[in-house]
Design a protein around this ligand. Structure first.
Ligand code: DP6
Length: 422
C-alpha cells in the first residue's frame, strides 16, 4: 500500500440508504448463521428524505482496528454478523487509487487495513422503525464503494443479508423481492427490484409511531421461537406465502391497489397470528395498534373498496399505505381525530415528514384537529372516544429510492484529518 509520501492519509466514502417495510413478511430462518429465510418476502422502500441511515466509512494505515460509531456512540463490531459482512467485503475488495491523495491500495492490502464506520439514522432508533435494515445495508453499500467491490446490488444484497435479513431489501428503491433461494451456501438468497419508485408514485405512506413502554422480543429471537414451536408457520411458509408472492407481484405490476391492500393487510395479520401461535406467545401489537386496524377496516368497508393498507412489523407501530394523496389526507383526518396530540404539543413535531399531506387535510394548527368531526363510517356515538397521547407522532412519506453515494464532503460524518467521527 502506498503511503507514498510517507505521511498518513484517510480515504473516506459517505452513503445514504433507505429503510424498507415488508408487505409480504419474512419470518423464520432455515439457516441462522447465513440468515437464510423459509419464504420469499416483498417490501416497499421508504423515502430516504424521511427515513434513512447515513454512513461514512474510512480507511487509513493509521487505524489500529475496525471501529464503529452509531448515532454518536461507539459500538462493538465483534458480533458474528458484522464480522461476516466485513469478511465477505474484504474478500471481494479490488485495487483503489486516489491520485490526488497519492494513495494506492491493492487488493491484498485490504486484508490488513482497518476501517472506521460512522453511522447516523435520521429517525429515532428506539422508535422501532427497521433501523437495522437501513443500517446494515448502508454499512455494506458504503464499504463496498470504499473497497471498490465490483459486485452488483444483488450480490451486495447477499452480503447485507448476513448482517440482518431485512437489510438485503434496502439495496434497492421502489418494490423489492427477497428470493429465499435453494442453495445451502445462500448464494441464491438475494434481493431483486420488482419496480422502481416511479412505477407507482401516487402511493402515500403514513407511519404512526405508537407509544410503548414495553421492550419487545427481538425479531431474531422471536422468529427462532416461532420456527421451534409454531405449527402454523410451516403452513404459512409452504402454502400461503408462495401464492401470495405471485399475487403481490401482479398487484404491484398492475398498480392494483385493492389487491395490494388486501394482500398486505392479510399478510401482516397472519404474521401476528403466527407470533400468537408461538410458545410462549409473542405480542407485538398493542391496543393502539388494534384501534388503528379497526379504524382502517371500518373505513375500507364503508367505502366498499380499500383506501388504505396497514402493516405492522415486530412492534406496535402502524405503517399505513394509502392509494393516493386524497386518501392519505382523509386518513390523516381520521388518525388525528382518534389520536390527537397532547394539549401542549406542537403540531410541527406531531406530524413530520411530508407536511403537504397535513395541508391537504386542511389542518394548520391544533385547533383544526379539535374541530374535526367523527368520520361518516361511525354511526355509534360510543366509538368516538379519543386516545390522546397513544401515538407519539406521525411520519408522512412515500416509496423512495435506493442507496446513493453522497459526494458532497460536507455530508461526511468522518473528520478527513483524524478519521474519527466529526
Ligand atoms: C417483522 O431482518 O430484523 O420486520 O434477520 O434476524 O436480523 P434478522 O431479522 P430482521 O427481521 C425482520 C422481520 C420483520 C418482517 C420483514 O421485514 O420482512
Amino acid at each position: 500500500m502506498a503511503a507514498q509520501s510517507g505521511k498518513s492519509w484517510v480515504l473516506a466514502v459517505t452513503a445514504q440508504t433507505p429503510t424498507n417495510i415488508a408487505v409480504i413478511k419474512y419470518w423464520g430462518k432455515r439457516d441462522e448463521e447465513l440468515i437464510l429465510p423459509i419464504n420469499d418476502s416483498i417490501s416497499v422502500t421508504l423515502d430516504p428524505d424521511h427515513l434513512c441511515t447515513t454512513t461514512s466509512v474510512a480507511v487509513s494505515p493509521a487505524f489500529t482496528h475496525d471501529r464503529m460509531w452509531l448515532n454518536g456512540k461507539e459500538v462493538s463490531l465483534s458480533g458474528g454478523r458484522y464480522q461476516n459482512c466485513l469478511r465477505e467485503l474484504r474478500s471481494r475488495a479490488s485495487d483503489v487509487e486516489d491520485e490526488q491523495k497519492g494513495v494506492k491500495i491493492t487488493k491484498k492490502d485490504w486484508e490488513k487495513l482497518h476501517v472506521h464506520i460512522v453511522s447516523y439514522n435520521n429517525f429515532p432508533t428506539a422508535a422501532g422503525l427497521a433501523s437495522s435494515a437501513a443500517g446494515l445495508a448502508c454499512l455494506v453499500f458504503s464499504l463496498a464503494k470504499l473497497m471498490n467491490v465490483k459486485d452488483d446490488h444483488s450480490r451486495l444484497s447477499a452480503i447485507a443479508r448476513q448482517g440482518s435479513g431485512s437489510a438485503c431489501r434496502s439495496l434497492y428503491g421502489g418494490f423489492v423481492k427477497w428470493i429465499m433461494g435453494k442453495e445451502e451456501n445462500g448464494s441464491d438468497s438475494i434481493a431483486v427490484q420488482l419496480a422502481d419508485e416511479k412505477h407507482w408514485d401516487d402511493l402515500v405512506i403514513i407511519i404512526a409511531v405508537v407509544s410503548s413502554r414495553q421492550k419487545e422480543t427481538s425479531s431474531t429471537s422471536g422468529m427462532r421461537e416461532t420456527v421451534e414451536t409454531s405449527m402454523l408457520i410451516e403452513h404459512r411458509a409452504k402454502e400461503v406465502v408462495p401464492k401470495r408472492i405471485v399475487k403481490m407481484e401482479e398487484a404491484i405490476e398492475n398498480r392494483d391497489f385493492p389487491a395490494f391492500a388486501r394482500l398486505t393487510c392479510a399478510d401482516s395479520n397472519q404474521f401476528h397470528a403466527v407470533c400468537l401461535d408461538t410458545s410462549p406467545p409473542i405480542f407485538y401489537m398493542n391496543d393502539t395498534s388494534h384501534r388503528i386496524i379497526s379504524c382502517v377496516e371500518k373505513w375500507n368497508r364503508f367505502e366498499g373498496t380499500p383506501q388504505v393498507a396497514y402493516t405492522f412489523d415486530a412492534g406496535p407501530n402502524a405503517v399505513l399505505i394509502s392509494h393516493n394523496r386524497k386518501a392519505a389526507a382523509l386518513l390523516l383526518q381520521r388518525l388525528l381525530f382518534y389520536f390527537p396530540p397532547q394539549a401542549d404539543a406542537d403540531l410541527n413535531s406531531y406530524v413530520i415528514g411530508d407536511k403537504t399531506i397535513l395541508q391537504d387535510a386542511g389542518i394548520q394548527n391544533v385547533k383544526d384537529i379539535e374541530a374535526l368531526t367523527p368520520p361518516p363510517e361511525i354511526k355509534d356515538n360510543t366509538q368516538t372516544q379519543k386516545y390522546t397521547g397513544d401515538v407519539s407522532y406521525f411520519i408522512c412519506t412515500r416509496p423512495g429510492r435506493g442507496p446513493v453515494v453522497l459526494t458532497d464532503e460536507s455530508r461526511s460524518l468522518i473528520n478527513p484529518e483524524t478519521g474519527l467521527p466529526k
